[in-house]
Design a protein around this ligand. Structure first.
Ligand code: ADP
Length: 261
């Protein structure tokens, strides 16, 4: 089997891929202060889910901010390269990838073969990242998962602030004026979608568009992005694990290129 590890700023993702290059198991662990330990834990979960153990490991691919922390990797590659590989494997038709993680967001353009040909990145501002929704969920006394569900079921209230700090104040004010939490949640999903789509100003958005990263599990954000793009975004299975999957597939490629291991 092949393994991919994505050491993200918020969560470490592990994926075990079988010899037919299918996802056999995944593991997720908060990154915390000890990313290496988190990686070991995520990997343990993924082994158990796949029903195999470390002895069957043939190649290891590593990506994410913390990728230098893992020794013995067969392949180390950037998030961009790994997202492209992972998304193309699950959704070969996708030509644009929107990745919304815990502390950054990216838009990646793919060519027909699934290679990354251009990208735009926001890692400077919490608005347009999972962090924005985590702050807002707290203000709404909800979990991020509840915020997504509430948003999907409601018409959006207008949120005028683009800054996370100001938007939080605005949310508190809207609640005090009796606005429903669902409408506020829906407005916040519209706001994050608009913020992420600012990244596409310099890129040409070619359809279909795939949405990945942990925030892809938020139905409200999915809906808001689809509305603003005017076309349904596609969300692959294992949407939070696509970079880790890509890392595993690149490791499998490297092993094949090097002959039977
Ligand atoms: P990173 O790679 O930056 O560590 P991820 O792509 O793993 O980030 O995404 C983490 C983000 O996904 C967090 O901000 C978290 O709040 C969000 N998230 C995870 N699960 C859900 C869910 N079920 N609904 C909404 N958001 C979620």
């Amino acid at each position: 089997v092949f393994v991919g590890l994505d050491l993200g700023s918020v969560a470490v993702k592990a994926v075990v891929v079988d010899r037919e290059l299918r996802v056999a198991g995944v593991g997720l662990q908060p990154t915390g202060w000890q990313p290496r330990r988190a990686a070991e834990e995520a990997l343990r979960t993924a082994w158990a889910a796949a029903g195999v153990d470390g002895a069957e490991l043939r190649a290891l691919g590593v990506t994410g901010y913390g990728r230098e922390l893992i020794p013995d990797a067969t392949v180390r590659a950037t998030d961009i390269t790994c997202q492209a590989r992972g998304v193309h494997h699950l959704l070969p038709q996708a030509r644009t990838v929107i990745d919304i993680g815990g502390q950054d967001s990216k838009v990646i353009s793919l060519d027909e073969a699934g290679r990354a040909i251009d990208f735009a990145l926001n890692d400077r501002c919490a608005a347009g990242t999972g962090r924005f929704l985590e702050v807002m969920a707290r203000a709404l006394h909800m979990t991020v998962a509840e915020l997504g569900e509430a948003a999907a079921a409601s018409r959006p209230a207008a949120i005028s602030s683009t800054c996370t700090v100001f938007a939080e104040t605005e949310v508190v004010g809207l609640l005090a004026r009796g606005e429903s939490p669902g409408a506020i949640a829906a407005g916040l999903c519209q706001a994050i979608a608009a913020q992420v789509l600012n990244l596409t100003a310099r890129l040409q958005v070619v359809y279909p568009v795939a949405l990945v990263g942990g925030v892809a599990y938020n139905q409200g954000v999915r809906r808001a992005l689809s509305e603003q793009l005017g076309e349904e975004v596609l969300v692959p299975s294992h949407a939070q694990f696509t970079a880790a999957l890509g890392a595993a597939l690149l490791a499998a490629d490297a092993l094949q290129a090097g002959g039977p291991g």
